[in-house]
Design a protein around this ligand. Structure first.
Ligand SMILES: Cc1cc2nc3c(=O)[nH]c(=O)nc-3n(C[C@H](O)[C@H](O)[C@H](O)COP(=O)(O)OP(=O)(O)OC[C@H]3O[C@@H](n4cnc5c(N)ncnc54)[C@H](O)[C@@H]3O)c2cc1C
Length: 230
């Protein structure tokens, strides 16, 4: 049942008939087009939420996110501007989470499939770490997949699955994505440690270290190939 709800949610397409009949311009994705102030193409008409297309800070394209978090922030900005104030909504990383039975499943940014559809051949790693040090009781496995764009080393996305700790780590990785950090920069960010709550090397950091090594190997191979070819 949960999976049905998720797949239904993922397949939803916005009904923009009312907007179209009011003369509002739609974007290439088919959603209502707005600027950063959430203003539509019709003066004094603002739009927010599932019916609009949202700027994806990671893939740098306009897409449908259809998330409460996105809708609420956009609505706040639309309301402020409609009331004569000044606010802007820069875009979203699509950070999201869901609880599936005992598992937290959280993510931000692009998946491998989405990145490939957009013409990016991402480099990725998947590692499983623990939410505590091995000697401390109660630690849970946390599997982390991280993706990077080999062209500039930028963090492209993260997917996390585990019984605990996936959601806040997705927020943490999403912030790095929103700031446009490279994997090398992300890997340098220290995380807190205390035996009852967090390990010295966080599973996300371990994944970032592995991804950085993979990126460096790929870059070394490419430059070696270029040297041989020339
Ligand atoms: C099952 C499910 C679970 C979800 N879980 C999450 C989650 O955990 N986290 C998350 O971030 N997002 C979640 N979402 C997505 C989230 O609910 C939506 O992205 C968000 O509600 C969009 O807000 P909105 O204001 O654009 O649209 P809505 O919340 O759908 O509001 C639109 C409103 O307009 C009204 N309306 C429609 N037509 C008319 C009309 N002609 N005249 C007057 N009123 C009209 C509707 O009745 C409704 O009240 C979930 C969605 C579903 C379906």
């Amino acid at each position: 049942m949960v999976l049905n709800i998720i797949s239904n949610q993922a397949l939803r397409r916005p009904n923009t008939q009312l907007a179209q009949s009011a003369g509002l311009a739609l974007g290439q994705s088919g959603g209502i087009k707005t600027d950063e102030r959430m203003a539509t193409s019709v003066p004094s008409v603002y739009a927010a939420g599932d019916c609009i297309e949202t700027y994806d800070l990671i893939t740098r394209r306009h897409v449908f996110f259809q998330l409460s978090t996105t809708a609420i922030r956009q609505a706040l900005v639309a309301g402020i501007n409609a009331a004569g104030g000044s606010a802007r909504y820069p875009g979203s990383t699509g950070v999201t989470t869901v609880k599936l039975f005992d598992l937290e499943v959280a993510s931000f940014g692009a998946t491998t499939t989405l990145a490939e559809k957009l013409g990016i051949q991402p480099i990725s790693v998947r590692v499983t770490g623990s939410t505590r040090l091995p000697y401390y009781p109660g630690g849970k496995d946390l599997t982390v997949k991280l993706l990077a764009d080999p062209k500039d080393g930028r963090l492209l996305g993260a997917q996390l699955v585990g019984e605990e700790g996936a959601t806040l780590r997705a927020n943490f990785a999403s912030m790095a994505g929103a700031l446009g950090l490279t994997v090398a920069e992300f890997e340098q960010i220290e995380t807190c440690y205390s035996p009852p709550v967090a390990p010295v090397w966080d599973p996300v950091t371990i994944a970032a270290q592995a991804l950085l090594r993979r990126l460096q190997t790929s870059q070394a191979k490419s430059s070696h190939l270029a040297t041989v070819e020339s």
